[in-house]
Ligand binder design. Sequence first.
Ligand SMILES: NC(=O)c1ccc[n+]([C@@H]2O[C@H](COP(=O)([O-])OP(=O)(O)OC[C@H]3O[C@@H](n4cnc5c(N)ncnc54)[C@H](O)[C@@H]3O)[C@@H](O)[C@H]2O)c1
Length: 336
Amino acid sequence: MIRIGLIGAGRIGQIHGRNLATQLPGVRLAAVADLDRAAADSLAERYAVPLVTGDPHELLQDAELAAVAICSPTDTHAGLIQQAAAAGKHIFCEKPIDFDLARIDQTLAAVQQAGVKLQIGFNRRFDPNYRKVRDLVREGRIGEPHLLRITSRDPGPPPLEYLKTSGGIFLDMTIHDFDMARFLIGSEVEELYVAAAVRVDPQIGELGDLDTAVITLKFENGVIGTIDNSRKAAYGYDQRVEVFGSLGMVATDNETPDRHRLADGTGIHGPLPLHFFLERYQTAYLEEMRSFVECLRTGKPPEVSGADGRAPVAMGLAAQRSYRENRPVRLDEVEG
Ligand SMILES: NC(=O)c1ccc[n+]([C@@H]2O[C@H](COP(=O)([O-])OP(=O)(O)OC[C@H]3O[C@@H](n4cnc5c(N)ncnc54)[C@H](O)[C@@H]3O)[C@@H](O)[C@H]2O)c1
């Protein structure tokens, strides 16, 4: 039995908590910590978790835990990863690792020194649709890739309270698309250019954040990509990718609860996309955790490494600079 502790029992913590407690044979959700004790209590009660605490440090002292899943707000990740590594725990941590590259490097060094595994929560890599696209691109089925297009629009913005510590749209939301871009093309981005605005909610602008963006990417291997983001799509969660190459094109459409088409005198109608990340990426969340547990069992390295966690943060910082200075920014400009 592999015993795993959960730190942070909010939106994403509840998903990982349920998967660890009920979906993975040979795994026990053995501890839950949340500064909000009521959130920890409620999750622990649901799954009969033996150790419940309002203090993550108490959880890390539990010698029986092989690993922890860190699902607390982003500004706590680097500190908790370092503490978990020092306690000899393997680590699954939600994205992003941190907003600061030097702090990420310090954190990854601590993980390496402790000799523990670290997997970052880029769940979309485990979605069967994107995985298939990646595999077909890798196998050369579309020939030489030329263009990448990622559409990633949320059904609605998160609470303003969440946005305050989120790091802004590029490090909170686009970061998944930056990871997807690297995953699908298998090459690093060397330069990007951003056009962005506040089009959804002026309160987001008042926080100094943005809610609408187009990002142009130039990859080292010559591919050109675009990402378009909105914090609010009236028809729900819009998550599509397309890779175009010398021999063809591969794309995925949105997932819907069913596939019906209703035709009547006003038009042809179908169901809306699955509403948001909880529904759309249910399989991906389970598969990423299954993969993490498999690494603990077999000793193989995690599929989403610390370096994979770092690269999209560098892209997010370059995107912030591109927006501020209204010019293309090379990735090496944020490295130094
Ligand atoms: N991979 C994904 O699809 C995905 C989706 C949503 C959120 N996230 C990431 O997960 C993290 C959490 O996001 P969320 O939406 O679940 O936030 P949330 O605000 O819903 O939940 C965070 C929880 O952590 C608790 N908390 C705060 N500080 C803590 C600490 N020091 N120790 C323990 N618990 C603490 C809070 O009380 C809260 O219950 C963020 O980093 C976010 O970027 C990832």
